[in-house]
Design a protein around this ligand. Structure first.
Ligand SMILES: [Zn+2]
Ligand SMILES: [Zn+2]
Length: 135
């Protein structure tokens, strides 16, 4: 199976999106994380929206809220929108476990199970200066 790298786009959430995060108001670390990563597999093109999950709907099956954006810095255009879940399912015959794609319906790029998730490393690389030659 060929898996793709996750998109590396990172953006700063505007205040109205921060308010929607389930952790908003919870101040246990004292360090709120206003950055989100695009969760989709690598995709291209200036008109293809990046997408980051904000919060679930009222039930597991109802539409969740997502942050969509294109561009960066002053060029950025964004919207906060509800999107139904991608209906794609992956059944592993060996275990009979069924996974549902964790992206929204009509997303670009492959389904979530085909995307490698280097999220932790990317966040660390981008937000924490590290000039250690060892990597
Ligand atoms: Zn992206
Ligand atoms: Zn999908």
């Amino acid at each position: 199976m060929n898996s793709l790298l996750q998109c590396t786009a990172v953006t700063l959430l505007p205040p109205e999106a921060l308010l929607l995060l389930p952790s908003a108001g919870v101040d246990d670390s004292g360090d709120p994380e206003p950055y989100v990563l695009c969760e989709l597999g690598e995709h291209d093109g200036p008109h293809t929206e990046h997408a980051a999950f904000l919060r679930p709907g009222r039930t597991p099956d109802s539409a969740a809220q997502w942050f969509f954006w294109t561009g960066d810095g002053t060029e950025r255009a964004h919207r906060i929108d509800r999107a139904p879940w991608c209906p794609a399912l992956l059944r592993r015959l060996s275990t009979d476990v069924v996974r549902q794609c964790s992206f929204f319906d009509h997303h670009t790029a492959p389904h979530s199970w085909d995307v490698d998730d280097p999220l932790g490393d990317l966040v660390a690389e981008r937000l924490v200066p590290d000039d250690s030659p060892e990597g």
